[in-house]
Design a binder for this molecule. Structure first.
Ligand code: Z5A
Length: 230
């Protein structure tokens, strides 16, 4: 979390966002990482977007039902922004100020990629919405889960079972291929913040990759009780 004049002297938690296409395994890995961090005495909460706060969950229902699609990409982006505004102010920022680690399933990169790159919403409009919704808040680390489209969609279908596909699962293969490419580009463009995680492996292997990235970027050896030779 970026330090601002109002929180500079307070304990500051770490903010990790999980990004990627359908069925990449984000939710699965968030739960595993939260257990691991809590076990290492870092108070940790998990949350998600759209949603994560009472107001934002209402918007989640609206958007994922597909109602936003008929309003167009810009209006849909505004809905995600409204949800994020509530989520940041009610949940994320207060937790970080209390020194709690926040693991969030999707955040601003989802808007940049889904509504920006895929929906062709003007980047200037997206930046303006970010100024309003998140201010100076930035993830300390963004893990981008990369998996071949066919595998991700197969996982999403298996998980969904007989329930209906949501708004974005209904998009065609070309959409999902572009989505994957756009996310890979985010990792290339912002290497200080982002780590691309090869998620085309079993859950334990992916979890080990996630933990290695978190250790490397955010945890000093002393924090996790390891010696420098470990
Ligand atoms: N969206 C947007 O457009 N703009 C925005 O600003 C924001 C969001 C914030 C939210 O969907 C949608 O909103 C999203 C983008 C858009 N698009 N869609 N759809 P969501 O919250 O309902 O779902 P999601 O974020 O896309 O996640 P997901 O598809 O549910 O997948 P996941 O969390 O990455 O995967 P998972 O649930 O952990 O795993 C899926 C299945 O695979 C499950 O059965 C697991 O047991 C299994 N799995 C997990 N890992 C593995 C491995 N390693 N091997 C094999 N099987 C695995």
């Amino acid at each position: 979390m970026s330090k601002t004049a109002s929180n500079v002297d307070l304990p500051v938690g770490r903010f990790i966002t999980f990004e990627g296409g359908e069925g990449a395994g984000k939710s699965t890995q968030i739960a595993i990482l939260a257990d691991r961090l809590n076990g290492a005495n870092h108070r940790t909460i998990t949350t998600r977007e759209p949603g994560g706060s009472a107001g934002a969950e209402i918007v989640r229902h609206l958007v994922l039902s597909g109602m936003g699609k008929f309003l167009g990409a810009e209006a849909e982006a505004l809905l995600f922004a409204a949800a994020r505004d509530d989520h940041v102010h009610q949940v994320i920022a207060p937790a970080l100020r209390r020194g709690i680690w926040v693991l969030c399933d999707r955040f601003t990169d989802s808007t940049r990629v889904y509504q920006g790159k895929l929906g062709k919403v003007d980047p200037a409009l997206l930046r303006a919405m970010e100024r309003v919704t998140i201010g100076e808040l930035r993830p300390d680390l963004t893990l981008i889960f990369d998996v071949p489209v066919a595998i991700g969609l197969r996982r999403a279908i298996l998980r969904r079972g007989k329930t209906a596909a949501d708004r974005f699962e209904q998009e065609n293969i070309e959409f999902h291929e572009k989505l994957r490419e756009a996310y890979r580009q985010v990792a290339v463009d912002e290497p200080e913040r982002c780590v691309l995680i090869d998620a085309n492996a079993d859950q334990e292997t992916v979890a080990a990759r996630v933990w290695a990235a978190v250790k490397d970027r955010l945890l000093l050896a002393v924090d996790i009780g390891e010696t420098s030779g470990a």
